[in-house]
Write a protein that binds this ligand. Structure first.
Ligand code: PMP
Length: 286
């Protein structure tokens, strides 16, 4: 049984209890982060902490813990749960004011609810999907307008994933006004004539920590990058496609809406970026 963290305590997972009045439960009023773990170490921890602070700030929530405390909790959980490969999930909600009300509670009297737990995923690096690539379908992006905030409001991404599964695919790319925004839980890319194309940052997409790292490493490797929106038609005509996220790293996409991308197998750019990502991010793992 896992040990989890809840509001200052380390507890067996079946003893960690949150109030029915918690605003995360009643209103999806909370934010989260997922930091991946490789070789028992946290990947890009600073990036995830920076985005957590930004998400909290955008929602007028107070960061309940200091940097050193966040790091300590992450490390303790990885250690006691003996996670070699997997991730740490962190969630902060606006707490449990003791009743249901649309008005935000006073943070002085209603402290945030802080939950962290680990997910062990042996073989994460050599996943089958990284070797074969994944198949995606396109679906309408009907999410709210602040996708840059990493909220726990994940119903539509979850529905999109179910639509993909029903279509015999692995994931969905979300499309708004004719352009791909991102994947259900990852950022989306295509490669054409050696150029990496991915949507530019705005409130329309989550600012992926893996995206930032991969683009940085790609620039350092002198690869060409174009940050702009692209369509499904353009993606289907691309040489390669791929996604990035903290749990999928760089994973090739080999089919979109039934059309094979390139040869229908992972190309050269995505696997190379995946390798560079592992090599570089391991250097700063803590
Ligand atoms: N977009 C969305 C909608 C996501 O949910 C995620 C992963 N949480 C990402 C992109 C990728 O972000 P990261 O690289 O920080 O995991």
């Amino acid at each position: 049984m896992r040990t989890v963290y809840l509001n200052g305590d380390y507890l067996p997972e079946n003893e960690a209890m949150v109030s029915i009045f918690d605003r995360g439960f009643l209103m999806a009023d909370g934010v989260y982060e997922v930091t991946s773990v490789l070789d028992g170490k946290l990947i890009d921890f600073a990036g995830h902490m920076a985005r957590l602070k930004r998400s909290l700030g955008e929602l007028d929530m107070i960061n309940p813990l200091g940097d050193a405390e966040w790091l300590d909790i992450h490390r303790q959980l990885v250690r006691v749960n003996e996670v070699q490969s997997g991730g740490v999930y962190l969630q902060v909600t606006r707490g449990a004011p003791g009743d249901r009300d649309f008005v935000f509670p006073d943070p002085e009297t209603t402290p945030a609810t802080v939950v962290l737990f680990t997910q062990s995923k042996p073989g994460l690096i050599d996943s089958a999907q990284a070797k074969t690539g994944i198949k995606v379908i396109s679906v309408d992006d009907i999410r709210w307008g602040r996708r840059d905030i990493k909220t726990v409001q994940l119903l539509y991404p979850s529905m999109a994933k179910m639509m993909a599964k029903a279509a015999g695919c692995d994931d969905a790319w979300l499309v708004e006004d004719g352009f791909v925004t991102e994947g259900s839980s990852n950022n989306a890319y295509i490669v054409k004539d050696g150029r990496i194309i991915t949507r530019d940052l705005s409130n329309d997409i989550l600012h992926g920590i893996t995206r930032a790292a991969v683009l940085r490493f790609a620039r350092e490797a002198q690869m060409d990058i174009e940050e702009r929106p692209f369509t499904i038609d353009e993606a289907q005509a691309a040489d390669e496609a791929f996604i990035t996220s903290a749990t999928m790293f760089v994973t090739p996409v080999v089919e979109i809406d039934g059309a094979k991308i390139g040869t229908g197998t992972p190309g050269t750019v995505a696997p190379r970026l995946r390798e560079i990502y592992f090599e570089e991010s391991r250097k700063t793992a803590i």
